[in-house]
Design a protein around this ligand. Sequence first.
Ligand code: IPE
Ligand code: IPE
Ligand code: MG
Length: 262
Amino acid sequence: MSTLIDLRRIPAHVAIIMDGNGRWAQHRGALRPTGHREGSQTVRQIVRASRRLGLRALTLYAFSEQNWQRPSFEVDALMELLREFLVTEREEILENGIRLTSIGRTERLPSRVLEVLRPLEAESANNTGMTLCLALSYGGREELADTMRALAAQVARGELAPSSVDESSIDHAMPSMAQGTVDLLIRTGGEQRISNFLLWNAAYAELVFSERLWPEFEVEDLYDAIAEYQGRDRRFGKVSALSPDALAPDPTPSELATAVHA
Ligand code: IPE
Ligand code: IPE
Ligand code: MG
């Protein structure tokens, strides 16, 4: 099946919780790392499709702060796949003007990952195509805590007045906000939860949950998610722009009284 999407209304920033690799492997009687390997192929396809669609940013939840608690052979396999991805995709990323960034407590990553991640971030820093942001050793609560600590330190140094701490100063201090707010947040694998992803940033993201396990998620499924997003009415707490109430002039006091008491 092919989905029609409106290319004039592509979400600027898509974020994906890439879930279901382990189950994909287990269903085949294989070990979980086999699912992660297959999942890394999906990453390649989805990054390519996102760039072709003209997304401004794609944030991928690749490894959570809580994922360190998995068995060490699985963590090692994930780190190896991450390193491989950065090595094999380097050329394509640079050729296509993609800017690669990361969010999370990346200092916890092993040096064999950091030694390919940091140079690629630096080399691609001035690229103006899509930003590919990898959430690595990332947690939404951890990001909030780190941001609050940084702001508190600024206050302690006398650089920031407590009364100036507001949504905007938090936005500026929060790494995941550098890519702008998320428009569409997709989670694959059938679970309907946030699992500590972009807690601040995704306040008004449209959520789309896919039953597909990440290794079987295809470009068509991304198009489906975008089509679903395009059918949503984003109100941001206001009255729908499509509602007749939003288009009509303000009611007179007597019309309002009738409406309230009706
Ligand atoms: C997502 O797949 C990948 C990571 C969390 C790194 P999972 O490994 O969580 O797969 P399931 O949810 O156990 O199937
Ligand atoms: C979320 O998936 C993290 C990533 C996809 C990297 P998890 O599999 O870790 O989340 P839970 O355990 O289902 O909440
Ligand atoms: Mg999972």
